[in-house]
Design a protein around this ligand. Sequence first.
Ligand SMILES: Nc1ncnc2c1ncn2[C@@H]1O[C@H](COP(=O)(O)OP(=O)(O)OP(=O)(O)O)[C@@H](O)[C@H]1O
Ligand SMILES: [Mg+2]
Length: 362
Amino acid sequence: MFGNKNNITVFDFGSKSTKVLYATVKDKSIHVEDYEIIGTPQGAIKDGKLNDVNSVVNMLSTHLKRMKGNENRLLLASSEVVLRTFEMPKMGTKELKEAVKYEMSVLLPESLDHFVVDASIIDEYDRISEDGKEVKMNQLQGVAVNKKIVNDYLDFFNKHGGKISVVDVQSNAEIKLFTGNNPNISPKNDAGEDCGDIAIIDFGHQKTGITILEDKKLFLHRTLHKGGFDITNIISETLDLPFDEAEKWKHTNDFEFLKKNSMNEVESILYDEISNVFHDITMEISQIIEFFISMSKQKKLDRIYLVGGGSLIPGFTDYIHRYVNIPVELVLDLDNVTFKNLRNPSHVALLADSIGAVIRRV
Ligand SMILES: Nc1ncnc2c1ncn2[C@@H]1O[C@H](COP(=O)(O)OP(=O)(O)OP(=O)(O)O)[C@@H](O)[C@H]1O
Ligand SMILES: [Mg+2]
């Protein structure tokens, strides 16, 4: 009753870092009152799923106490989230629900009964049918998530903190950052014109999420099972450092040796191995982009945006740019978003998805 619905909390669980964001929304601006990027205990979160309840309770102890009175949102990022855009004739709500279930079920590995399915209308238009009649059409964005993944989180919060009132998914949160009538990033092509054919790449620790938009609408979402972990692993093995120290080394090194003409033996092993990981990830991204370009109406991708902690490795942005020859931008700045206390500009890249989850779809 005394809760202020404008106080929104977002929980974004990663395998390496969990992001908790406190924001208020006024008109169309977001103010980040507070945030924390917490080291996730090893193994507590796997592929976006709750894996070890006790260590997550410890990790979130102060935040679980702050849930009361806020509108709490969960942001899911898992390779098991299924997203799809499709079109169908305009119909009543009840029929639409059934039709959406059918359209989504064709993509699911198991019976529909195991999934939570939702969809939103993202466009409406008229189409002339074969017999010359005008048919009202809807374009929809559907999402399906395994019930267990969602329920594990909802049960966890009910038991230890408070109620989650909105469950969002990573690509949807990203789409909201880039689209709508007050976007936080307004994509421009090299000529400075507004554009809508973009890729958003979330380079995380164990996984990399790729979301491609055609004309600002979801074209596809894919997850690669590679990320910052693979780089830390190389550093740890090559320099014979424990994993935690290799992480620190990665965060503080300028990676300038990757550009040097003459390297010592260790540097050249690091160079080869790190280049291999960059290459593997970039090649997969490039294949997905080529597929998009071949299928899309405009036959082009205007820009690639990078978010997620893994994208902070110096040189990664340039590497992708050189490989795919499409402008690449690391997201360190957002329009209409202010921070009470932004400790480091790089935190924007880690928090971007959570900020997208604050936005309501218009
Ligand atoms: N300043 C930095 N320089 C280099 N790497 C960084 C930096 N900050 C974070 N990282 C790396 O980013 C990764 C964590 O990013 P993020 O929080 O986006 O992943 P996650 O959400 O925990 O992972 P996943 O989504 O795969 O479960 C780690 O590999 C971490 O080492
Ligand atoms: Mg993540």
